[in-house]
Ligand binder design. Structure first.
Ligand SMILES: CC(=O)SCCNC(=O)CCNC(=O)[C@H](O)C(C)(C)COP(=O)(O)OP(=O)(O)OC[C@H]1O[C@@H](n2cnc3c(N)ncnc32)[C@H](O)[C@@H]1OP(=O)(O)O
Ligand SMILES: O=C([O-])CC(=O)C(=O)O
Length: 392
């Protein structure tokens, strides 16, 4: 028995159960290495903080898919393809417009991916739709290119604004900001946003990626796997936490209220969103990089009040519980300062993580084994069905 396993009540000789698959190594991957001992995260061998400091997000997307950083020519060609597939497609816009304007933007993004997937697999059997690596690589690029327009349109629709055409003179991150806000993106903000995309891109067998791999393991198609991954990411124990962090900070209001708020929240056994992690128990490897980006934004937008509130909640929670912030804690207020509305935060995570998800989908396909664990039955023993007069 380990700290993660438990014995089934009343079954002394029964199997060990690992709720939440905690501590279970489910497969191998060559895409990223999360190391809680050294508090490090490598994408294909490269430290994520070094990638965030030096690379455009497009180069990191390429790295995750191909295993190597692109050459200058490869990056140019990839960027040209990405630009080609940026515009919001008519069928996607029409489907989003069918949803209530109060729909959660994660539901918009999930719907958009469903529409794109149905279009791409039209006329194919389910098995044909699963396709091969070459086809799925092209699908991954197109989906990566299309998502910013979907996310930006969601926020603009809620604000009663028309969609904005993408700009071919801008890279992925600058164009994302342009299509959302229709103002010339400031390089300081573009840099912080680019770093956040890189930090969010990939994190081994997290719940949404594992969901994508489970779906892929049945020989389902790439878009179906991404739809499932989006559904898993929406929950506040996973990606939805960046949104919940902002709600928490808004609820507390100011740094001087953080201590009393925390005492009440902990007395009420509330979970403090943006803190804790299944794998990292001594701090999330990505937080220092994202916190530095947040500090830059706090200065850029002259919002020391938000910086002070952030610090007060962090130090109060760490000193009370010894539980550290995860990536969602600094990214929530960073996206808020950039001007994104709070429900858009998790769709931003989708736009980044689609790179990691699709890399895992292709890796799962290459070495597939149906993912199907066992369960230990604890229901009633075998019994007779009562005889009644009802007929079928
Ligand atoms: C990008 C990402 O997806 S990162 C994760 C984002 N999610 C969040 O920020 C949500 C808040 N955090 C959490 O709910 C958890 O820390 C999780 C789900 C992320 C990890 O959970 P697990 O590994 O299953 O740990 P678990 O939830 O069992 O926590 C262990 C203990 O720490 C406590 N704990 C962990 N995180 C928190 C938190 N954020 N607030 C309060 N208590 C917490 C638990 O209540 C539990 O206490 P107990 O042993 O007294 O019951
Ligand atoms: O790894 C996890 O469980 C959650 C996480 O931090 C991520 O997906 O980025």
């Amino acid at each position: 028995m380990t700290e993660h396993s438990e014995q089934i009540p009343g079954q002394a000789d029964g199997p060990e159960v690992r709720r939440g698959l905690a501590g279970v190594v489910a497969d191998v991957t060559a895409i990223s290495k999360v190391d809680p001992e050294t508090n490090s995260l490598l994408y294909r061998g490269y430290p994520v903080q070094d990638l965030a400091a030096t690379q455009p997000f497009e180069a990191v997307a390429w790295l995750l898919w191909h295993g190597e950083l692109p050459t200058a020519d490869e990056l140019d060609a990839f960027r040209a393809t990405e630009r080609e597939h940026r515009p919001l497609a008519d069928d996607v816009r029409a489907a989003i417009d069918l949803l209530p304007v109060t729909a959660h933007p994660m539901d918009e993004v999930r719907t958009a991916v469903s529409v794109i997937g149905a279009r791409e697999a039209a006329g194919l059997t389910a098995l044909e739709a699963a396709a091969d690596r070459a086809v799925n690589l092209e699908r991954s690029v197109r989906l990566f290119a299309a998502l910013p327009a979907v996310v930006a349109y969601g926020q603009r629709r809620r604000q009663g604004l028309r969609p904005v055409a993408p700009r071919d003179d801008l890279g992925f991150s600058a164009n994302f900001l342009w299509t959302t806000f229709e103002v010339e993106p400031d390089p300081v903000v573009v840099d912080a946003f680019n770093r956040s995309m890189i930090l969010y891109a990939e994190h081994s067998f997290n719940a949404s990626t594992f969901t994508a791999r489970v779906i892929t393991s049945t020989l389902s198609d790439l878009h179906s796997a991404v739809v499932g991954a989006i559904a898993a990411l929406k929950g506040p124990l996973h990606g939805g936490a960046n949104e919940a962090v902002m709600e928490t900070l808004a609820e507390i209001g100011s740094a001087d209220r953080a201590a009393a708020w925390l005492d009440d929240a902990l007395a009420a056994k509330r979970k403090i969103m943006g803190f804790g992690h299944r794998v990292y128990k001594h701090g999330d490897s990505r937080v220092p990089t994202m916190k530095a980006a947040l500090d830059t934004l706090v200065e850029h937008y002259d919002r020391p009040d938000l910086g002070a509130l952030y610090d007060a909640l962090e130090s109060g929670f760490v000193s009370r519980k010894g539980i550290y912030p995860n990536l969602d804690y600094p990214s929530g207020p960073a996206y808020h300062l950039m001007g994104f509305d709070t429900p858009t935060f998790t769709p931003l995570f989708v736009a980044a993580r689609v790179t990691g998800w699709t890399a895992h989908i292709m890796e799962q396909q290459a070495t597939n084994s149906l993912i199907r664990p066992l369960s230990a039955y604890v229901g009633p023993e075998r019994r007779e069905v009562p005889r009644t007069s009802a007929s079928a």
